[in-house]
Design a binder for this molecule. Structure first.
Ligand code: TYD
Ligand code: MG
Length: 456
């Protein structure tokens, strides 16, 4: 007797399975993302598979085994920085991002760079025809690179194509949402298909030793599965981000089994592809308006690299009973904390004001060290007095009003000095004779005094 097809209700955003259809996914909170899928067959569900003995090896026995370099550097420094020094052989990466952000452009450039180094690179496009990919490559000036192109969407065909040619070092699948495998019955783009296709390609990576890059579109409606459903299966997850109106694009690792996750790669989208930005501070400070109140330059760290960025605050009397608080690029909870500390320890009255805070250039800051720069921007906007144009700020503010030390003070100060800043406000405990400049603070109340002194 044939088995009745088994179906499940799966959220297309996060992959959570629920027993029945619901309007809202209980796991991720998204609306209208639950779709009924046929899950018979599926991963590992092949017919009559026997059991075989596995092989166990000693860890120390592996030490001398790796003859080949385990990583291949792409030659694009900003990309290699995020991957932790190049693509690891036999690993699978996911590159996610909004449609149109530049994922295909980035990966085509990386393919061309690697192919020119003599590595075999196969770029499989499920979205564009080969002629379109070539057109784009011509525009980017990489059309003469020996990249192997294919336009396929069937996983079985892709694997057969890859087996037929010489073994590739890098395989790019653009995008995972267009792939489908005959082992499952669901439509392409559903969670079951995306997972099964990703699983097959990851298995190929492990067996062949090639690096496989899966491209995944972040989706807003629930019709196609988002990249989150394969995040747990791959070795590294990179997200390509950018603000609508800006040319900057930031590549960020959110998971990396072979490197740090706090590094970012900064690119600029130009008419002929992506350009690397080796010194992001210059870019983020490029459109700075130092003479206006409410702007403070934060000397931050992104991984191992210091990045200077302007923090902008606008404090305006509120016509509403409950004033508005809006934050772009920083944590709203931390803003509330800094506001509370300013009110209760420094006598700065902000309660009846609308407060808007933005990090310039579309950068997202997660460091607590930005507290002091945020406080300075807020006080400056409230007082209507511009901060000194040659001063940078960093330091963590505690609930007691103390300014606490942060790491890498010397690197931050050196970057500031390099870009022409002559003053810094920083935690007294982070002061260092080596850097040679800066005023140490122990409490946030000193900030209000400083602004008053500028006004006088
Ligand atoms: P694309 O790489 O196709 O995005 P994704 O693969 O993430 O969907 O990038 C598309 C956008 O990039 C498109 O809006 C135009 C822009 N672009 C440039 O500005 N310059 C270029 O050289 C290229 C190739 C694209
Ligand atoms: Mg694309």
């Amino acid at each position: 007797m044939a088995k009745a097809p088994k179906s499940q209700f799966i959220c297309q955003n996060c992959g959570a399975v629920s027993a029945r259809w619901q309007g809202r996914c209980e796991a991720c909170g998204e609306w209208n993302t639950i779709v009924e899928e046929n899950v018979s067959g599926g991963i590992g569900g092949g017919p009559g598979r026997g059991f075989g003995k596995g092989r166990v090896v000693e860890l120390q026995a592996l030490s001398g085994e790796s003859g080949e370099a385990p990583r291949i550097a792409s030659g694009i420094a900003e990309l290699d920085r995020v991957t932790g020094g190049g693509f690891v052989r036999g690993s699978a990466l996911l590159v996610g991002g909004d449609p149109g952000i530049g994922k295909s452009t980035l990966l085509l450039q990386a393919s061309a760079a690697l192919a020119r180094l003599g590595k075999r690179v196969v770029y499989i496009s499920g979205e564009e025809a080969i002629a379109q990919v070539r057109l784009r490559a011509t525009r980017m000036g990489v059309a003469n690179a020996p990249v192997a192109l294919a336009a396929e969407t069937s996983v079985e065909d892709i694997l057969a194509t890859l087996e037929a040619g010489p073994p590739p070092a890098l395989v790019i699948l653009d995008s995972i949402q267009t792939l489908w495998t005959a082992t499952v019955d669901s439509a392409p783009g559903t969670v079951t298909q995306v997972r099964a296709a990703a699983q097959a390609m990851i298995r190929y990576a492990k067996q062949s030793g090639a690096t496989v890059i899966l491209v995944g579109h972040v989706t807003k409606d629930g019709q196609i599965a988002g990249p989150r459903v394969v995040e747990h299966m791959v070795d590294a997850v990179l997200y390509f981000e950018g603000e609508g109106g800006h040319h900057f694009r930031i590549l960020r690792a959110v998971k990396n089994r072979f490197g740090a996750t706090d590094e970012i790669g900064v690119f600029e989208m130009t008419g002929s592809g992506l350009r690397e930005v080796p010194n992001p501070s210059e870019l983020f400070l490029g459109e700075r308006n130092a003479a206006s109140p409410g702007a403070a330059v934060f000397a931050g760290m992104e991984g191992t690299r210091p990045v200077l960025v302007e923090i902008q605050a606008l404090v305006a009397p509120s016509p509403l009973g409950t004033p508005r608080r809006a934050v772009v690029g920083w944590d709203g909870g931390r803003l509330a904390m800094v506001l509370a500390v300013l009110e209760s320890h420094c006598g700065v009255k902000l309660g009846n004001n609308d407060i808007y805070l933005a990090v310039a250039g579309g950068l997202k800051i997660v460091e607590p060290a930005a507290d002091l720069a945020v406080a300075a921007a807020l006080v400056s906007s409230l007082a209507g007095i511009a901060l000194p144009p040659d001063c940078v700020y960093f330091g963590e503010v505690s609930l007691s009003g103390a300014v606490r030390p942060v790491v890498h003070a010397v690197q931050r100060l050196k970057e500031a000095q390099k870009l022409g800043f002559g003053r810094a406000m920083l935690p007294a405990a982070s002061m260092d004779r080596e850097a040679g400049f800066g005023s140490g603070m122990t409490g946030l109340d000193q900030l209000a005094g400083l602004v008053a002194a500028i006004a006088a």
